[in-house]
Design a protein around this ligand. Sequence first.
Ligand code: AKG
Length: 310
Amino acid sequence: MLKQIRNYKLTYVIYNFFNKKKLKHNIPLYRKFGIRKSYFSSISSKNFLHLPLSERKINFEKLIGTDLYSNLSEENKASVQEYDKNGFIVLRNYIDTNTADEINTEIEKLMNEGTLKFRYGGKLMFAIHHSEIIRSIGNDEKLLEFLSILLDGNAKLFQSINFINGSQQKTHSDSIHMTTYPLGGLLGVWIALEDVDENNGALHYIPQSHKLPYFLNSDYDNEGSALKIGKQSYKAYEEFLEAKVKELGLQKEIFRAKKGDLLIWHANILHGGEPHLDKSRTRKSLVYHYFDKDSICYHEVTQRPALFQL
Ligand SMILES: O=C(O)CCC(=O)C(=O)O
């Protein structure tokens, strides 16, 4: 029953109406891009079909002039230089192991007191709203400056997710969940809070897959109608993508991470979580998602504009 109600766009419109303050940033953006919609109505990629597919360009001179870049090791700098080609950056030892331990202690405390509970399987959502240390790492000015250049926009910390165990998520692009017009206005920043390898649910990614088209609702018959969002299950998206990866002969790589290592991924890189084989180990990690606040940010599957915390 609840699922059926959720299929109606009106349900979200009502919800959005009561969260209008968190959507008001869209008013000037809709004006700028000529979107004739109220800022609390449903929105999806089909509302942008008439607009140009504008490209994002990374200003590398500016990127290598940032404080964050200047302080990187040679190995990390080399990874930054390959970002446009590969669609991801690995920054080894980005936080020290004591800081990772502090985050783990904080998460344990927030779980014990009931502030954070597992949602959508094993996700601990939005610790940034409860933990100063998690918020301040994600909102670090040097990091935001660096990410803004990668986005060719203006990075805003949108969300954090902590994991205790591997997500085991099938290969996907974040752009099906967190989408923007112009496309590409999202970044994922993943941090290992302990050593992670193929036995405890490592992150995987497909290098260079960010250059593929963005696969969105129309690619798997999930556009819906004037009243309803698309009828396909999320599994249908995963299966569509799995078939695509096979058809194109794409190969994933596994991110073997040491505690404190960080990986930045592009809005369209295909990635996911490996099976968590060794159940005697945990896989503590933290992922931040950033939107470009100069873009229209929304959720393609549920056709909702993204709510920004004030
Ligand atoms: O941490 C993982 O295993 C995957 C996380 C992920 O896919 C995401 O946050 O988009």
